[in-house]
Design a protein around this ligand. Structure first.
Ligand code: 9D3
Length: 269
């Protein structure tokens, strides 16, 4: 079988000043296992290798003044082009350039699933990682297809965001999770937060395990877990409930939760 026909291989390229950081996903855990199984590949491209000066500098001061430095367009453009032709040589049908940036749309499960689908169909992904204050806007206009953020907090660069996205995508490759629960059972798939988990010992520092989990009554256990998921989601992430259709059972459980809360507020017990 040729590389291009190999089913489901996710092909990544990262344009980064810190390729050594990517050892975090190549050298540990599920992602390492999946890499060893040939389910995904990563090649890093360092813009310094494309710098046009002996000092190999790839940043300069911002026009208009201000603090910090800006990554120059030229070496980044060469690195992106090299990464794209390398993905094509490796069998990618097309490639898409994602710039991890605080100005991007915030990543979510739906976006991960859409990207995973495209990658299964042979689309290679170039992950452009910024450092300093950011990259020259003309590079973004010419080379970037999409900007993605992890959320409203400040990172020191795009590498950790790129790895978070890669980890989320790699989990979706069939076979990547091994014997563990399938990705389809993940909490966000159901649109609710996960229920609490317990394991041995049954009593830890005087604190027991909910009786229902020891009962062996699987229907009761399932209902308790759903109740916990709904309670937590309502408490911590009400935005998730507003954006999700509820089943008849979930609606009823939520109504029961609401009734309990109203009783407490009336002072009844
Ligand atoms: C403190 C610097 N800020 C000045 C207003 C701007 C800024 C520049 C570069 C803030 C962060 C960064 C580096 N961040 C990323 O490359 C990044 C990121 C993030 O910081 N938060 C959430 N998602 C992402 S994706 C890439």
């Amino acid at each position: 079988m040729s590389e291009a026909e190999k089913p489901g291989v996710f092909r990544f390229a990262a344009v980064t000043l810190f390729p050594e950081m990517f050892a975090a996903i190549t050298d540990a855990g599920i992602s390492r296992k999946a890499l060893e199984a040939g389910l995904w590949s990563l090649t890093c491209w360092n813009p310094r290798d494309f710098a046009g000066n002996p000092a190999r500098s790839v940043d300069d001061r911002p026009y208009g003044g201000g603090p910090g430095m800006v990554m120059q367009a030229e070496p980044l453009m060469h690195a992106v082009e090299a990464s794209k032709s390398s993905l094509a040589d490796a069998g990618a049908a097309t490639s898409r350039v994602i710039y991890l940036s605080p100005q991007g749309k915030v990543l979510n499960h739906a976006k991960v699933m859409a990207l995973a689908k495209a990658m299964s169909a042979g689309q290679g992904l170039v992950l452009l990682c910024g450092r300093y204050e950011g990259v020259d806007e003309r590079l973004i206009e010419r080379a970037v297809d999409e900007e993605i953020s992890l959320g409203d907090f400040v990172l020191s660069g795009g590498e950790l965001a790129a790895m978070a996205l890669m980890d989320a995508l790699i989990r979706q490759i069939p076979g990547a999770l091994g014997d563990m629960a399938s990705a389809a059972e993940d909490s966000f798939v159901a649109g609710l937060l996960d229920c609490p988990h317990y394991t041995r010992p049954e009593i830890f520092q005087g604190c027991g395990t909910p009786e229902v989990l020891l009962s062996g009554d699987h229907a009761r256990i399932r209902r308790w877990r759903l109740l916990m998921s709904l309670t937590r989601t309502r408490e911590r992430r009400p935005d998730l409930l507003r954006n999700r259709a509820l089943s008849a059972e979930e609606t009823q459980l939520l109504a029961e939760i609401q009734a309990e809360i109203s009783k407490e507020q009336c002072g009844e017990h």
